[in-house]
Design a protein around this ligand. Structure first.
Ligand SMILES: Cc1cc2nc3c(=O)[nH]c(=O)nc-3n(C[C@H](O)[C@H](O)[C@H](O)COP(=O)(O)O)c2cc1C
Length: 317
């Protein structure tokens, strides 16, 4: 349980806020939301905070599965405590599946790569396998058809225009892209890229300047965009969406793809409504993911994380 919780600390989160706390009580561990880390402008309902915690939960479950542990997971185990998101308890041993071993191996290698991906097309069969990985977590992952990517791009343009014209959003972005080095959180502009011609623009983390990663010469021609959505819109769905996001990311990395979550398109009611039009039926868009084959060159550098002692509470022995 200790290894699993430690591994879950590298999970991706909105603006790298790492909005979670863990309480270890072997053979159990409890995952709590840390509301002090909520983005009040980009995420006023705490939806993406909960999605981020869902990613951390799935990371921990994946490590436990790879260690051959059978785990009982209860989401929202205490109705009186909405901050307690999940409780995991080891209640047996088994043999891990190869897929679980590969996913656990991908945890430390995964990075958000904001550079455009290459022209090698991600096969349809891979997208279908990623969708099944999301379904197993209780959410859906729609691969946006190539004829509808232009609509998705328009939504991304709308989201960027509306958010960047909001002084409160700009202040929040400036805050989380200029964190002191000891904070162990935030998105350094150096892991972003400047705007270049590409199929769908990505969030600009450096609208005020600052060093960025060279974008390279690719333009996302072979990339695919998956939209993770749920049937209803309860906090339990947000956790499931996060678990599905983690499953998609780790499965994609384990087959050699690079990945980048895209959530600005779901942060505003207006653009979220635009996304609904891409869905095959009723549903609630939660977050999108860009997957693709990276251009050659080194992967992006790892981003900061808080120290385990700041995040994990361990009972005295
Ligand atoms: C819920 C969620 C939303 C995110 N939204 C975006 C986004 O809109 N654009 C982006 O470039 N990265 C996004 N990310 C990626 C985070 O910024 C990234 O995980 C974090 O900075 C840590 O970096 P790493 O993924 O390389 O470890 C998101 C991640 C999560 C879990």
């Amino acid at each position: 349980m200790r290894s699993a919780v430690r591994a879950a600390l590298v999970a991706p989160s909105i603006f790298n806020t790492q909005p979670w706390r863990w309480r270890l009580d072997p053979p159990s561990a409890r995952l709590y939301a840390d509301r002090s880390r909520q983005l009040l402008v980009a995420d006023p309902a705490g939806r993406l905070l909960t999605v981020s915690c869902g990613v951390a939960l799935h990371h921990a479950r994946t490590v436990l599965a790879a260690l051959g542990r059978i785990v009982d997971v209860v989401r929202f185990p205490d109705p009186a405590d909405p901050e307690l998101l999940a409780e995991l308890t080891v209640d047996g041993c088994g043999e891990p599946e190869l897929e679980q071993l590969l996913a656990a191996g991908a945890i430390q290698r995964r990075r958000t790569d904001r550079r455009p991906f290459g022209s090698r097309l991600v096969p349809e069969a891979v997208c279908r396998a990623l969708a099944r990985a999301a379904e197993r977590q209780g959410a859906h992952a729609l691969t946006i058809g190539r004829d509808r990517v232009a609509l998705f791009a328009l939504t991304a343009v709308h989201a960027a225009l509306m958010e960047l014209s909001d002084p409160d959003y700009r202040a929040e972005l400036a805050d989380w892209t200029h964190r002191p080095p000891w904070s162990g959180d935030g998105v350094d502009t150096a892991s972003g890229v400047r705007a270049v011609a590409r199929r769908v623009p990505v969030r600009d983390y450096a609208p005020f300047g600052g060093p960025t990663l060279p974008a390279g010469r690719e333009d996302d021609r072979g990339a695919r965009y998956l939209l993770i959505y749920t049937d209803s819109e309860l906090p339990g769905d947000w956790i499931r969406a996060g678990e599905a996001l983690s499953a998609v990311l780790l499965s994609a990395v384990s087959v050699g793809l690079s990945t980048a979550p895209i959530s600005d398109v779901t942060e505003l009611a207006a653009t979220r409504d635009e996304l609904r039009e891409l869905l095959p039926g009723p549903g609630h868009p939660q977050i999108a993911v860009r997957v693709g084959y990276p251009a050659d060159g080194a992967p992006p550098p790892p981003t900061a994380r808080r120290l385990p002692e700041e995040v994990v509470e361990t009972p005295p022995r």
